[in-house]
Design a protein around this ligand. Structure first.
Ligand code: ATP
Ligand code: MG
Length: 335
């Protein structure tokens, strides 16, 4: 659905070039939820805004749904933008217009539907985002979560194939974030919309994304399926995001369990294996004792996973390692 071929971007400020995106190749599949994560200034918004040409690339080719959009003239670009919706951190609603009029605006600008068709479509959109009872209100009379729902309804008005979300939940509390993410997941599933979303929270990636790219200094430093990147982060930036999400502070991380006896290993379970009674079975068969040093059981989108750091003492430790290797679990020996 979205292809970048050697796309790069530098901003010109007072005669100086500020590189924001280094030459990048990227492919985002139709119907997936693709996350972009990175620290401030990493180039996430630049990359996102290149997708609908809100930013002009300094070089390279961008192909959306088979069409080279770097070559479009202004009329072509206007039509193309109807196929790409966008939502923002601060909602960008018009305060002088009602909820219904905000949602109707892109339809009026497109000029393709009659008044009554627009009314019908707006009613459908407000029902989809759960705001049917708020059509006549003004943005100032809504909560943050409700404002973002208006933003989503407006972004969907022209029936786009792609939805771009720039920090769409960053201004919301955790509970409202969860409900907005749930709405985005529903839209992705039911409308088969391709979603690209920016966040600086690994938790947002974990809840809704299929794949993720981690950005640092204008470069995608790591990308892949969320479970792979999340459970086995390779780049230092990714590792830091994962630790933040687990709320492990760096001091704790540096602690190499010097005071703990025995072999130290980390087991990662995915899917149904998460609920298997592996530890008890291995302990009984090999006579090892285990203590749990750190652990987490959670979900990545719809898949349960568990990750446990264990110290093994006593019994036949080598036999225990063989059992873990043979089981449906990923084993890393830390010490
Ligand atoms: N319009 C602009 N003019 C000049 N420089 C810009 C412009 N927009 C972004 N930049 C610079 O480009 C780099 C990447 O910025 P970008 O906004 O893409 O980062 P980001 O990852 O979205 O950051 P944040 O998380 O803070 O939103 C930064 O160094 C930024 O200062
Ligand atoms: Mg940004």
């Amino acid at each position: 659905m979205i292809e970048f071929h050697n796309v790069h971007k530098a901003y010109r400020v007072e005669g100086r070039e500020i590189p924001a995106l280094q030459p990048t190749d990227l492919a985002i599949q139709s119907g997936e939820v693709f996350g972009l994560i990175g620290h401030s200034g990493a180039g996430k918004s630049t990359l996102l805004r290149l997708i609908n040409r809100l930013e002009e690339p300094s070089g390279g080719r961008i192909v959306i749904d088979g069409e080279d959009i770097t070559a479009l003239d202004s009329e072509g670009l206007r039509r193309f933008r109807q196929r790409v919706g966008m939502i923002f951190q601060h909602f960008n609603l018009l305060s002088s217009k009602t909820v219904a009029d905000n949602v109707a605006l892109p339809l009026k600008l497109a000029g393709e539907l009659s008044r009554s068709e627009i009314d019908r479509r707006v009613a459908e959109l407000l029902a989809r985002v759960g705001l049917s009872d708020h059509a006549r209100k003004y943005p100032a009379q809504l909560s943050g979560g409700q404002k973002q729902r208006v933003g989503i309804a407006r972004a969907l008005a022209t029936q786009p194939k792609i939805l771009l979300c720039d920090e769409a939940t960053s201004a919301l509390d955790p509970q409202t974030t969860a409900s907005v993410l749930q709405l985005l997941a529903e839209i992705n599933r039911e409308l088969k919309l391709t979603i690209v979303l920016i966040t600086h929270e690994m938790d947002v990636i974990r809840r809704v994304c299929d794949r993720v790219a981690v950005m640092d200094g204008g470069v995608i430093v790591e990308q892949g399926a969320v479970a792979d990147v999340f459970l086995h982060p390779r780049h230092a930036t990714t590792q830091r995001f994962v630790l933040e999400d687990e709320q492990v502070d760096e001091g704790e991380q540096r602690d190499d369990f010097a005071h703990v006896a025995g072999r130290i290993l980390r087991l990662t379970f995915r899917g149904e294996a998460t609920y298997s009674p592996l530890l008890g079975t291995v302990a009984r068969q090999t006579g090892v004792d285990y203590s749990i040093l750190a652990g987490r059981i959670d979900r990545i989108k719809d898949t349960p996973y568990g990750q446990l750091t264990l110290a093994l003492t006593g019994g036949d430790i080598d036999a225990a390692l063989v059992c873990f290797r043979e089981a449906d679990v990923h084993l890393e020996i830390l010490r």
